[in-house]
Write a protein that binds this ligand. Structure first.
Ligand code: PHE
Length: 369
């Protein structure tokens, strides 16, 4: 006999419970008798149709028909029953004849495998390079990507309107003209602003490495991207010399790329270091010969050397901006350096197109899994 919704005379909790249980039993029986798509549709309509479906009937007969003093209790039960009916009806599916609900769940099937993510190669290279410095006693520092003119330029000894600013291809935040220049916002073009921010907070001596994202208005190609990553370093103490800078960076390069790597320092210019240098390492692709078999080595442009970073002794003018926190340029000295994390990742992992790092292609990225 097909189930029909009975009229209730007894609205006590136990009677309601019994009626609800009978209803669910009928529903389960009907659900397991669904053997094709048409049957499934008929089953769903029978239980859920707005007009005269069983759920609607229960609402009318059990809830609307309940005497005033039982309304509250009936309301709670009917609502519970409704949710249960909806769950069961929506969960019903076409089953093979004779199957029971328990057989439909095959506990021997493997579960859903969620692939474990891999660390992105740029972040991995960055973390490994930071770890080299952490082993030498450096701490990690970080700072904001949206930066003020003051920290990105002025306090790093780029005076307002100085042509040295042109080298930075800065992306400015729009609508800042009404602010004083030093408060205007931009996307930081290097991690060097965190040098100043950290020296404002911590008194000397300090040794920090600063990983982070930077932006420049460069069109993307195999070696440029408007968004890339840097690792900055800063050491300040009494009596820090250029010899400390050379020894520290030479050691770091050998730790990171391998002990056979050679380093070479060449004069350069940065407004916030004096003297300044660029550090080259012997090409880790061709070993410094400039050739791969008989072909020219492309990564080092046949020179046998690859530029890795900019560095130098902290310019006394920079210390002037944080003098009140213990950085008297007559008492302390320090060195700083900044390198491209994407670039060292390309070299270390033999990737020849920077854009591959940013396309998010799983086939590329899972090589680091
Ligand atoms: N900030 C410089 C750049 O992005 C690199 C640098 C850092 C140079 C620290 C010297 C000292 O080019």
């Amino acid at each position: 006999m097909a189930y029909t919704v009975p009229k209730l005379t007894d609205y006590s909790p136990s009677a309601l419970e019994k009626s609800a249980a009978e209803c669910i039993r009928a529903l389960s029986e009907e659900a397991s008798a669904v053997h094709n798509d048409a049957g499934l549709k008929a089953f769903r309509d029978r239980w859920l149709a707005r007009k005269n479906g069983i759920l609607t009937q229960i609402n009318d007969l059990w809830l609307k028909g309940a005497p005033k003093e039982s309304k509250r209790n009936a309301g709670i039960r009917v609502n519970e029953l409704k949710v249960r009916i909806q769950e069961l009806v929506e969960g019903a599916h076409v089953s093979a004849a004779g199957e029971t609900a328990a057989e439909r769940i095959d506990t021997s099937l493997p579960g859903i495998r969620r692939p474990i993510g891999a660390e992105h190669p740029v972040l991995r290279a960055s973390r490994e390079m930071c770890a080299v410095f952490q082993r030498m006693g450096y701490a990690i520092a970080e700072g904001p990507v949206v930066e003020t003119d003051y920290y990105n330029f002025e306090a790093l000894n780029f005076p307002p309107n100085h042509p040295a600013r042109d080298t930075q291809d800065t992306l400015f935040i729009a609508g800042q003209q009404s602010k004083p220049q030093r408060e205007r916002l931009l996307l930081r073009t290097h991690t060097s602003p965190v040098q100043i921010r950290t020296m404002e907070k911590l008194r000397p001596p300090i040794r920090i490495v600063i990983p982070g994202v930077v932006h420049r208005n460069d069109p993307p190609d195999a070696s440029h991207s408007p968004m890339f990553h840097q690792i900055e370093g800063l050491a300040v103490d009494t009596d820090i010399t250029f010899g400390d800078l050379k020894g520290t960076l030479d050691h770091a390069m050998k730790e990171f790329f391998g002990s056979s790597v050679k380093t070479s320092f060449r004069p350069s210019f940065f407004p916030f270091t004096e003297p300044s240098a660029e550090l080259f390492i012997s090409c880790i692709i061709c070993g410094g010969s400039g050739k791969r078999d008989s072909d020219p080595c492309r990564p080092c442009k046949q020179t046998g050397w690859i530029e890795i970073l900019g560095c130098g002794m902290v310019d006394p003018n920079v210390f002037e901006f944080v003098k009140d926190n213990g950085y008297d340029p007559r008492k302390v000295s320090g060195f700083a350096f900044g390198m491209g994390a994407d670039r060292i990742a390309m070299l270390k992992y033999g990737v020849d197109d920077l854009q591959l790092f940013f396309h998010g292609d799983v086939r590329f990225l899972e090589q680091w899994a």
